[in-house]
Design a protein around this ligand. Structure first.
Ligand SMILES: NC(=O)c1ccc[n+]([C@@H]2O[C@H](COP(=O)([O-])OP(=O)(O)OC[C@H]3O[C@@H](n4cnc5c(N)ncnc54)[C@H](O)[C@@H]3O)[C@@H](O)[C@H]2O)c1
Length: 343
């Protein structure tokens, strides 16, 4: 078991990699039973390993990451008489963590909460860092809170039941972490992409740990995303636009977004063509798309609506080299052009 600590402004968050779901009972805080929020799929597979705590089950899927679902969670908390001394634990992927974290950090003006992250994407990204949000009117994560989970348990054995597509999507975020801040992880992934995809324990543990270290480091320096934390959005500006306008999943859309950002990085920040090729090569080896299929019209519409846009310009994450990212303001046209280059 590997433990990392993230010091947030209002408390510490412990990230415990390799701990088992079956030991969750030890983390309730003060020995009182907590309350679990999970989705239907995770419940079906893992309810047998839950501690004997009340469970709130939500519908799975991004389309359910809404205020309506949160409202359903509040209703269950009310029915269960959840109080301030009780710990809420989200057991699931990014959707569960976001919805449970948001519900917990707003119910009774904020309850303590923790996560058992059950997808690779949640283990390396979504469960860490204290951003909890849900979608509104088609915009991703438009309403939310900054509030750190007390703990994030990453039970690596639970990844075995993930559909392969979800493993690839998680790997997209691992590649992102490597590309922006960890060249050694990048080298490792080039050599071990297949071992990661087939979930070999040692390879996955290393990839999860290194990715978590990247995120913990960045969030520790910039919890509220005033500067450096924006680097974690590498591939995401275009990725979110693609998610809205295509049938790509989050990780797949981010992969195409990273390929386009790398192309723009060659033009603007001196990323070498060789390193651009290494990034797209690794994405392809991980079974991720790097070709743009969304037509320019809808893409432009979605891009110029991005909530992180500032006065017509887009804050865009670019690479100077593998392992070093910078944030620059670029015009939407430059982004569209880089996307067009991938057609
Ligand atoms: N808050 C943040 O900082 C942050 C960061 C990155 C991503 N996110 C969010 O995370 C979400 C994506 O997360 P995700 O990819 O984990 O998606 P998800 O939560 O939808 O999970 C993917 C699918 O896998 C199923 N599942 C979960 N664990 C399983 C397991 N162990 N075995 C079998 N099936 C399992 C789920 O039921 C779901 O159908 C997006 O909404 C994204 O916005 C949030």
């Amino acid at each position: 078991v590997i433990t990392l600590e993230l010091a947030g402004r209002r408390g510490r968050s412990r990230i415990i990699i390799g701990e088992r779901l079956a030991n969750l009972g030890r983390y309730s805080g003060g020995g009182r039973p907590g309350v679990i929020v999970t989705d239907r799929n995770v419940h079906r597979l893992y309810a047998g390993s839950f501690p004997p705590w009340p469970v709130v089950v939500i519908q799975p899927g991004e389309e359910n990451k809404t205020l309506r679902t949160v409202s359903g969670i509040y209703r269950e908390f009310l029915r269960l008489n959840v109080d301030r001394q009780q710990m809420v634990v989200g057991v699931g992927g990014g959707v569960v963590c976001d919805a449970a974290g948001f519900a917990a950090s707003t119910y009774l003006r904020g309850l303590e909460f923790g996560f058992v992250a059950t997808t690779l994407l949640a283990q390396v990204d979504a469960a860490l860092g204290g951003k909890n949000g849900v979608n509104l009117h088609g915009y991703k994560n438009l309403v939310g809170t900054f509030s750190q989970p007390r703990f994030v348990i990453s039970d690596l054995a639970m990844l075995r039941t993930l559909p392969e597509r979800e493993v690839r999507c998680g790997l997209a975020e691992v590649i992102k972490a490597a590309a922006i801040a960890d060249r050694r992880l990048f080298d490792f992934l080039e050599k071990n992409a297949d071992s990661c995809l087939s979930l070999e324990r040692a390879a996955v543990e290393y990839a999860v740990e290194r990715s978590c270290r990247v995120k913990v480091g960045i969030v520790g320096r910039d919890e509220h995303e005033r500067g450096e934390r924006r680097k974690l959005n590498f591939g995401h500006t275009l990725g979110h636009a693609l998610e809205r306008t295509s049938r790509l999943s989050h990780g797949e859309a981010v992969a195409v977004g990273m390929a386009a950002a790398a192309r723009l990085s060659v033009k603007r920040c001196g990323l070498s063509r060789e390193e651009e090729g290494r990034l797209t090569g690794l994405l392809k080896r991980a079974g991720l798309p790097v070709v743009m299929k969304t037509p320019p019209g809808p893409l432009r519409g979605a891009l110029t609506q991005d909530k992180k846009r500032k006065a017509g310009r887009i804050r865009f994450v670019l690479l100077q080299k593998l392992g070093r990212a910078v944030v620059e303001e670029v015009g939407p046209e430059e982004v569209i052009e880089a996307a067009d280059d991938l057609r």
